[in-house]
Design a protein around this ligand. Structure first.
Ligand SMILES: O[C@H]1[C@H](O)[C@@H](O)[C@H](O)[C@@H](O)[C@H]1O
Length: 597
C-alpha cells in the first residue's frame, strides 16, 4: 500500500483560481500529491509541469499525466475510496433513476391508452395515422431534446436539466389529461418526449459521475431497472384501467406523481462532484464527496479533488457557441474521443436495430396473430422478462463485466430470433396492409407456442446485455466532451427507435415475419462480431482511466488486464480493512484508502 504525502491544501483555498482562471491554488497541491504517489508507486504516471500555454501559471499549475497502456504497461494511478457506497449515493441514484422510470412509463402506457381513447378525441375514432403520430411524437421529442441536452448539462449542470425535464413532464401530462382534440394530445406527447430525451441522457450520466468505480455499472443499471420497471407497470396499469371510463386519462395522470417527487427531492440534493470540478466550484465538490464517502478522512477528499481538477481540462472558446463547436471538433479529432464516440453510438444503434422495441410495441398484435386471445397478458410476461433479466444484469455487470454479458446476450438473441423466424415460416402467417394478418391454421398451435417462447428468450438475452450496457455510455467519454458525446449516442438511440417502430409493420408486410426476424438475427450476429473486436472491458475502472484504454486502439486485452487488476486490488483492500477491524482499528489511516496501479 502506498504512502501518500499530504499537502498544505486547506478548505479555505478551495475554489480560488489562479491568474489563468484555472485552479492555481491546486497546482502545487496536485503536484505534491502526485509526487507522493509516484515516488512510492514507481510506475510510469508522472506529474508534468503545466504546459507552457499563455494562460497558465507554470509555477503553480501541474497536470497528472496518464499514458496509454498496452498489455504489459499499466501506468494509471488514481485515488480510490475504500468505502464502497453510502446512503447518500444510494439516495442520489434512486432519485436520478426516477427519470428512467418516466422514460419507461411514458413510452409504455401509450399502447393501452390508444385502445381505450376510443372516440374521446374530436368525437371520432383515431385513424391508423393518428395513432402512429401520437406514439411517435414522444420518440421524436426525445430525439430532438437529446441532441441539445448534453451541452445544456455541461453549461447549467446535470441537476437543473433534470429539474427542467420535470417541468416538461408536467406540462406534457397536463395537456394530455385535459385533451379533447387529437392535436392537443399529440403536442402533449411531444412535450413529454422532450422531457424523456433529457432524462434518458442525464440520469445515467449523473449516476455514472457520482458512483464509486467498482459498482458504477450496477448503480447505472438501477436506472435501467426503473426504466424496464416503468414499462412493466405501464402495461399492468394499462390492462387494469382498460375497461374504466376515461381510464387513459388516469394512466397519463399517474405519471405526474414520480416526476413531482423527483423535482422536490432535487431541490434538496446537489449536482455531481465532477460537474462542480468542471465549473471550478471545488469547495462544493469537496462537500458532496465528503457526504458521499462519509468515512473517508478529509485529507483524502481534498486529494481526490486535486486529482479530479488536475485531470479536468476546459475546452477553450470565448463564447458558449465557440466552446460547443470546439468540443464537437475535439470529439471527432482526438482519437480516444472518437473511439469512445464510435463505441457509444454503435452500442445504442445495435440496441435499437436488433428489433426489441418493435416487439415490445407490437407484441400484442403478434401474439393475437399466433392465436393468443389474452395478448395483453402475454405482453406483460414479455415486459416482465425484460425487467427480471435487467435485474440479472444488475448483479452481473460489475462482477462478470460488461463485455462478457454482451457476448453472452447477443448470440442468445440471435438464436432466439432464428427459432422465431423458422416458427413463423411453418405457421405461414402473412401480414397485410393496416396491420391485419392472414394465417393458414387459425387458433392455438405448437408453432405459436414456439414463437412466444422464443420471444421470451429473446427478451431475456436482450435485457441481460444490449438492453442494459449501452446506457453505461457516459463512462466512455472524458469530462470535457462527456455531455456532447452522450448527446450523440442518446440521439442515435432515439433515431433508431423511431426508425424501427415506424418500419416494423411495413417490414412484416413486405419481407414477411420470417424475413424480418431473420434480418434482426443477422444484425445481432454482426453486432456480436463488432463487440468481440471493439468493446473493451470497463468494469472497475475510474472514469478518467477509460481514455487511457482508448488512447491508441480499442485495447481489449489491456482493458481486461486492468479490470482484473482493479478487482483484485479492491478484494485485497476489503481483506485489509477486515483485518484492521479485527485488530481493533476503527479509523482507517488515509494512506490505506489510496490505491494505485
Ligand atoms: O434500455 C432500454 C430498455 O431496453 C427498454 O426496454 C427499451 O424500450 C428502450 O428502448 C431501451 O433503451
Amino acid at each position: 500500500m502506498a504512502q501518500h504525502q499530504f499537502t498544505e491544501y486547506t478548505p479555505e483555498n478551495m475554489g480560488k483560481t489562479g491568474p489563468s482562471g484555472r485552479r492555481g491554488s491546486y497546482g502545487t497541491a496536485a503536484k505534491t500529491a502526485k509526487q507522493g504517489s509516484e515516488a512510492s508507486a514507481g510506475v510510469g504516471a508522472s506529474t508534468v509541469p503545466g504546459e507552457p500555454d499563455s494562460d497558465s501559471d507554470a509555477n503553480s499549475f501541474s497536470r497528472i499525466q496518464i499514458k496509454p497502456v498496452n498489455d504489459e504497461d499499466d501506468t494509471s494511478v488514481m485515488i480510490t475510496f475504500n468505502q464502497s457506497v453510502s446512503w447518500f449515493i444510494v439516495s442520489l441514484t434512486f432519485v436520478a433513476s426516477i427519470s428512467g422510470f418516466m422514460f419507461g412509463y411514458d413510452t409504455g402506457y401509450i399502447s393501452s391508452a390508444l385502445v381505450s381513447i376510443g372516440t374521446d378525441l374530436d368525437n371520432r375514432e383515431l385513424t391508423y395515422g393518428n395513432k402512429e403520430l401520437i406514439t411517435a411524437a414522444t420518440s421524436l421529442g426525445a430525439l430532438i431534446s437529446s441532441v441539445v441536452a448534453g451541452t445544456c448539462a455541461d453549461i447549467w449542470g446535470r441537476k437543473p436539466c433534470i429539474m427542467f425535464s420535470n417541468v416538461l413532464f408536467v406540462i406534457g401530462a397536463a395537456l394530455q389529461v385535459s385533451a379533447h382534440t387529437f392535436w392537443q394530445m399529440a403536442i402533449g406527447r411531444l412535450i413529454m418526449g422532450f422531457g424523456v430525451g433529457i432524462g434518458s441522457l442525464i440520469s445515467p450520466l449523473f449516476i455514472g459521475e457520482i458512483a464509486p468505480k467498482m459498482i458504477r455499472g450496477r448503480l447505472v443499471v438501477i436506472n435501467s431497472l426503473c426504466l424496464t420497471g416503468g414499462q412493466l407497470i405501464a402495461y399492468g396499469c394499462g390492462a387494469g384501467l382498460d375497461k374504466v371510463h376515461n381510464g387513459w386519462r388516469i394512466l397519463v395522470g399517474l405519471s405526474l406523481i414520480p416526476t413531482c417527487i423527483q423535482f422536490v427531492c432535487f431541490c434538496f440534493l446537489p449536482d455531481t462532484p465532477r460537474f462542480y470540478v468542471m465549473k471550478g466550484r471545488l469547495d462544493k465538490a469537496a462537500e458532496v464527496l465528503a457526504k458521499s464517502y462519509n468515512s473517508a478522512p478529509q485529507e483524502l477528499i481534498q486529494q481526490k479533488i486535486i486529482e479530479l481538477s488536475s485531470l479536468n481540462r476546459t475546452i477553450p472558446g470565448k463564447t458558449v457557441a465557440v466552446r460547443v463547436l470546439n468540443t464537437i471538433k475535439e470529439l471527432h479529432t482526438e482519437p480516444s474521443n472518437f473511439r469512445a464516440l464510435v463505441l457509444a453510438c454503435a452500442m445504442q444503434g445495435i440496441q435499437q436495430f436488433c428489433g426489441w422495441n418493435s416487439l415490445l410495441y407490437f407484441s400484442g398484435t403478434i401474439f393475437e396473430t399466433v392465436g393468443f386471445k389474452n395478448s395483453a397478458a402475454v405482453s406483460i410476461v414479455v415486459a416482465g422478462t425484460n425487467f427480471v433479466f435487467t435485474l440479472v444484469a444488475f448483479f452481473a455487470i460489475d462482477r462478470i463485466g460488461r463485455r462478457v454479458i454482451l457476448l453472452i446476450g447477443l448470440p442468445g438473441m440471435c438464436l432466439s430470433l432464428v427459432v422465431c423466424a423458422i416458427a413463423f415460416h411453418f405457421m405461414d402467417v402473412r401480414f397485410e396492409g393496416g396491420g391485419s394478418a392472414v394465417i393458414k391454421d387459425s387458433g392455438f398451435t405448437a408453432w405459436g407456442i414456439v414463437i412466444i417462447l422464443s420471444i421470451i428468450c429473446y427478451a431475456a438475452f436482450y435485457a441481460l446485455g444490449i438492453g442494459t450496457v449501452p446506457w453505461q455510455q457516459s463512462e466512455l467519454f472524458p469530462q470535457a466532451v462527456r455531455g456532447v458525446g452522450t448527446s450523440y449516442s442518446t440521439a442515435t438511440n432515439w433515431a433508431g427507435s423511431l426508425v424501427i417502430a415506424s418500419t416494423f409493420l411495413t417490414m412484416l408486410q413486405n419481407i414477411t415475419p420470417t424475413g424480418t426476424f431473420a434480418l434482426f438475427a443477422a444484425l445481432s450476429l454482426v453486432s456480436f462480431l463488432f463487440i468481440y473486436f471493439c468493446y473493451p472491458e470497463l468494469s472497475g475502472l475510474e472514469l478518467e482511466e477509460v481514455q487511457m484504454i482508448l488512447k491508441d486502439g480499442f485495447n481489449i486485452k489491456a482493458s481486461q488486464t486492468l479490470a482484473k487488476k482493479r478487482k483484485q486490488q479492491m478484494a485485497d483492500q476489503r481483506n485489509a480493512a477486515h483485518d484492521n477491524e479485527l485488530q481493533g482499528y476503527n479509523k482507517a489511516k488515509p494512506s490505506d484508502e489510496l490505491m494505485e496501479g
